[in-house]
Design a protein around this ligand. Structure first.
Ligand code: DGL
Length: 269
């Protein structure tokens, strides 16, 4: 048993797709979430910048003496985690392994689509890991840089969203994939529009939700579950405006988070 909190971070709202699932799968756990809203997006930045941001996000969460850190960000998981995982004396898990594990089990025709930020797609990490499972798998990748700003501005399901989804996904759909990895944790917030465009026979893999399932297995294996919840079971921190995060995050999590979000200066970490 381990009553310490779980630390989760992302560049903004996207990591809440993992948090939502962690709340469901692990109702006794305490969660500290950091959304780096002052520096979003990560996906268009250089590798050096993504490394720098990832290190400071981890240092911030470590100030709470958390038991594990979940990088609920496809960009930081692919472009930074492989390089930094041995720098910290704490278990750190990213979203790539869990999403790949789910996708290779879901596909029947061995054609998998991967969408993510520019940083994620350029890293080639999803493709590499899928081929490690089975090198006959065909992988079709596409960066979708406009999806994150759509989400951060609350354009979850609008005609503009539909147009951009069509623009980005046309080619992948034409390839006949039966499984599509939403390789950025922001994208499940656009799931309705993406699913409508891809059709009901295409399985969408939600990388945030998959990492939550993986986390549950890991806590089981390590016997590290929490048996009591804190008075403030869920705490949220951001590096920019609190009110828009409270509003959009609350809608997405389907729970009131007003008053639980605090602003910090991430440059200090
Ligand atoms: N949600 C993140 C990801 O999974 C970050 C997106 C961004 O900041 O560009 O890649």
């Amino acid at each position: 048993m381990n009553d310490k909190s779980i630390g989760v971070f992302d560049s903004g709202l996207g990591g809440l797709t993992a948090v939502k699932q962690i709340m469901r799968e692990l109702p006794n756990e305490n969660i500290i979430y950091f959304g780096d809203t002052g520096r979003v997006p990560y996906g268009t930045r250089s590798k050096e910048t993504i490394l720098k941001y990832t290190r400071s996000d981890i240092r911030f969460l470590k100030t709470f003496d958390v038991k594990i850190i979940v990088i609920a960000c496809g960009t930081a998981s692919s472009a930074a985690l492989p390089m930094i995982k041995d720098e910290f004396d704490i278990p750190i898990v990213g979203v790539i392994d869990a999403a790949v594990y789910a996708a290779v089990r879901a596909t029947k025709n061995k054609k998998i689509g991967v969408i993510g930020t520019s940083g994620t797609i350029k890293s080639g990490e999803y493709e590499k890991q899928i081929k490690q499972y089975d090198e006959t798998m065909q992988v079709f990748s596409r960066e979708c840089p406009m999806f994150v700003p759509l989400v951060e501005n609350g354009y979850f399901d609008t005609p503009v969203t539909e147009m951009i989804v069509q623009e980005y996904l046309e080619e992948i759909r034409a390839r006949g994939v039966d499984t599509l990895i939403l390789g950025c944790t922001h994208y499940p917030l656009l799931e309705k529009v993406i699913s409508k465009y891809m059709g009901s026979d295409v399985t969408l893999i939600n990388s945030g939700a998959e990492v939550a399932k993986y986390l549950k297995k890991k806590l089981d294996a390590d016997n590290a579950h929490s048996k009591k919840t804190d008075e403030n079971q869920y705490r949220y921190y951001v590096s920019d405006d609190v009110s828009s995060f409270e509003q959009l995050g609350g809608i997405f999590l389907e729970r009131e988070i007003n008053g639980q979000v605090n602003k910090i200066d991430i440059e200090q970490y």
